[in-house]
Design a protein around this ligand. Structure first.
Ligand code: NAI
Ligand code: MG
Length: 398
């Protein structure tokens, strides 16, 4: 059955995006080509790039393409701060009802501030404070005399994301879900989310352990003892913030991928933005988008290719030590891309010798780790959910 699938090309929309977007998308496509990934790309524009071409940050042609393919890989899109048009990312999520945002944070390079991080954040992607009920009220002569924002969380929306999170946990061998909220203050807005998720938890009793945390305490605990967490389930704004924090635990935004999942479409992207400060310099780290592409391969049931991609990245940054500036190295985007492609080819030729699946945890060598890490590792071994159990997400396609 799998063989038949392998011959068929899968139509997918490709959006290069803004800033470093075109650079990391080019790198990612080159790596996917080396893997012979089965995507038939339909290249479309969005963001500032589309404004200059079509006078529209989200052209109809782009929407029509995603409607047709139901699958997209997207570079980051610049959104003006304060005024200007509404976030295209938010509009895309709304248009395709991409209610589930999955953001895994996993240590790849040992010797950083933290070792062996393996946390998945699942964020409600359509509701909460991102619904855009956000406006100014003039007072006296000041047109911005006051600002008002309303959040909306629905029972149905909370149930949908909670179901998604519990199913994700079961399917991926995750043992615990921590529901993150602020129901002590935002009693209705985040109370409904907590209440609904706890209700859903009863259906998974005995399979998934459930606990809850207030968001500020969770943010602190992520710094003090991130190993206590397995899957975090939270609302839109909290998820946005905590996922950047988790990216910080695993070497920064250059390593953090994300998937936006709906019933009929899925869009894969890096957690980071368009990084205007380094755009056009050829030094952006393509790995976050490459990991997003790996999630996309998992999504289309090509876990075999996803596994090879993750292995090649791992070997490149850990063993070959080819790293971009954000990871403390000197490699350019082109150089790290070439190194990953070389690894794909050499791993394929010597394949039987090294089936390493997700070897980040094993490779956490003590030689470069500061003493601090040794202490935190003890905490890890006490409280971390079974790493072995977390691995099946990369298992071979069945
Ligand atoms: P950013 O994530 O673009 O950059 C933050 C910092 O991380 C910068 O110093 C940047 O150089 C660095 N960085 C990010 N990605 C990197 C990579 N791949 N390699 C090396 N360094 C990297 O966040 P910022 O500056 O707040 O936002 C810039 C623009 O991106 C804004 O217009 C924002 O709205 C947009 N944005 C878009 C997102 C998306 O399309 N999904 C997500 C987040 C922000
Ligand atoms: Mg964000």
């Amino acid at each position: 059955m799998v063989k038949a699938v392998r011959k068929t090309l899968i139509p997918a929309t490709l959006i290069p995006g803004d800033g470093i977007g075109p650079e990391i998308v080019k790198a990612t496509v080159a790596v996917l080509n080396a893997l012979e990934a089965p995507f038939a790309w339909d290249i479309q524009t969005a963001g500032m790039a589309a404004v200059s071409e079509h006078l529209d940050p989200l052209p109809e042609a782009t929407l029509a393409s995603i409607r047709r393919t139901g699958l997209a890989l997207k570079g980051p899109l610049t959104t003006p701060v304060g005024g200007g048009f509404r976030s295209i990312n938010v509009r895309l999520r709304e248009e395709f009802k991409l209610f589930g945002n999955v953001r895994p944070g996993k240590t790849v390079i040992p010797g950083g501030r933290y070792e062996d991080i393996d946390v998945v954040l699942i964020r409600e992607n359509l509701e909460g404070l991102y619904v855009g009920f956000d406006h100014y009220i003039p007072i006296d002569n000041d047109p911005h005399g006051a600002a008002i924002s309303s959040g909306v969380n629905t029972r149905a929306g909370s149930r949908r994301i909670a179901r998604f999170a519990f199913e994700y946990a079961v399917k991926n061998g995750r043992k615990k879900i921590t529901i993150v909220h602020k129901a002590n203050i935002l009693k209705a807005l985040t109370g409904i989310f907590l209440e609904t998720a706890l209700e859903m938890a009863k259906e998974y009793e005995g399979r998934v352990v459930v606990e809850e945390r207030i968001v500020d305490a969770c943010a602190m605990q992520l710094v003090l003892n991130p190993w206590q967490f397995d899957v975090l389930l939270t609302t839109n704004l909290f998820g946005d913030i905590l996922s950047d924090e988790i990216a910080g635990l695993v070497g920064g935004l250059g390593m953090a991928p994300g998937a936006n999942i709906g019933e009929h479409a899925a869009i894969f992207e890096a957690v980071h933005g368009s990084a205007p400060d380094i755009a056009g310099r050829g030094i952006a780290n393509p790995i976050a988008l490459l990991y997003a592409a790996a999630m996309m391969l998992d999504h289309v049931e090509r876990q075999d290719l996803a596994g090879r991609l993750r292995d090649a990245i791992h070997h490149t940054v850990v063993e070959d030590k080819v790293r971009t500036g954000d990871l403390g190295g000197k490699a350019t985007t082109a150089e790290i891309t070439e190194a990953i492609i070389a690894r794909i080819h050499s791993n394929a030729s010597g394949k039987a010798a090294k089936p390493a699946r997700n070897p980040a945890a094993k490779a956490a060598a003590p030689k470069t780790a500061p003493t601090r890490t040794a202490t935190t590792k003890t905490a890890a071994s006490k409280t971390a959910p079974s790493k072995a159990a977390a691995k099946p997400r990369g298992k071979k396609a069945g």
